[in-house]
Write a protein that binds this ligand. Sequence first.
Ligand code: AMP
Length: 280
Amino acid sequence: MIVFKPARPLSMHLTKEINSGKKAGFVPTMGALHEGHISLIRASVQLNDLTICSIFINPTQFNNNDDFQNYPVTIAQDIEKLEAAGCDILFLPPVQEIYRDGFKAKHYELGLIEQKMEGEHRPGHFQGVCQVVDRLLDIVHASQLFLGQKDFQQCIVIRKLLELTGRNETLEMVMMPTIRENDGLAMSSRNVRLNEKERVLSTAIFHALSHIKQGFATISPEALKQAAKIYLESKGFAPDYVEILSAKTLETPGNNNEQQVALIAATVGTTRLIDNMVLN
Ligand code: AMP
């Protein structure tokens, strides 16, 4: 695996490879890699001649400075995992390579999507996500972009970003399923922050989503959401939201034939977790 820190040599290398007929897949991450990330790498390796992973803890998408400062960093282990999975290139930029001198934040017209759920509870988060993804895609020329369903709303936002920037004409977004621990907890870099007791309680989110899925055909969405909130609170969680929305648009579903997704964000102790499940 080749590691690039500056952006220009990476772009030049990729242009050469792509001009010689190679197809490239890109997996952007913030590091502290786990099986969820690695599943994206494996998918890209299978479908492409070249796989590029980036590790960049993007300051502009954090609205909580403690969360940013304490974000786990495990570069040596990350490199081992990426090599074992067959990743070809790791892009590990310093902040100045992403946000160059004189950088002016663009505003992306994301519409209502950035005012709900993660957008509402983490103001500015999706603008930061768009800034970094837009910049990364300027540098990393790929034909497939691999994202995890774990961050469902982020996938919808990035799909919108690709449309807004016209990148959707040359870049395919591939959403890969959420990888879970054996007890159902969605893998996340932030899970290392859970203490032993919180780790046991943390399966409540997966159970709440599973209950919603079980009841989906017969019970009203309002009743399902209410029961999920009460259940989460009984397990020591402070829920930010429980939503049941159209999986395509993340708006209120028009009818039950539409594919729908349940989405939860909730905090246990000081750790905020998100998860979702497609219901039909
Ligand atoms: P992050 O490092 O948290 O920014 O995540 C990088 C990418 O990995 C994003 O597309 C995430 O949605 C994806 N990802 C994170 N956790 C999981 C998981 N448990 N299963 C599948 N994909 C994941």
